[in-house]
Design a protein around this ligand. Structure first.
Ligand SMILES: *[C@@H]1O[C@H](CO)[C@@H](O)[C@H](O)[C@H]1NC(C)=O
Length: 136
């Protein structure tokens, strides 16, 4: 009898932890399913993490564009004259990445567009010029 009792007891314990396991799996699947739906419904523009810049004349955006031209000039021994930021987008990852289309003049009065990628690292108090391409 004592053996039979402990056997039933063990079966009971194992049975309930099996149910807990099933329940946990069920909850995990439901949660991940809901997350899939919420990510899918966010739309394509936010999928890659880039957000369009609302105001290209924002002083901060302009200072990033100016930095890109100035830094490119000293690296490439060019003498572009910054005019304005035409449009752009930002992406956060610790700092802020700026992908900007810039209008600049190159020795004449014609405005041409350039595409530049700058990383703002506020914690290092610095901008980093990643790329500068153009005219496009
Ligand atoms: C930056 O923007 C330009 C056009 O505005 C696009 O062609 C380019 O792929 C973008 N670069 C990145 C790194 O997203």
């Amino acid at each position: 009898m004592p053996i039979s009792f402990s056997h039933n007891f063990a079966t009971h314990i194992m049975g309930s932890s099996y149910h807990i396991l099933l329940f946990t799996i069920f909850i995990s699947l439901s949660v991940s399913f809901l997350f899939d739906i919420s990510f899918a419904s966010r739309g394509k523009t936010l999928d890659d993490g880039w957000t369009p810049i609302k105001d290209p004349r924002d002083p901060k955006v302009v200072s990033v564009g100016n930095f890109a031209v100035t830094t490119h000039n000293s690296q490439a021994k060019s003498s572009l004259v910054f005019d304005s930021v035409v449009h752009g987008e930002t992406k956060s990852d610790g700092g802020t990445n700026y992908n900007l289309t810039i209008a600049a003049k190159d020795g004449d009065d014609t405005l041409r567009n350039y595409v530049t990628l700058v990383i703002d690292r506020p914690y290092q108090n610095s901008f980093v010029l990643v790329s500068f391409k153009g005219p496009v």
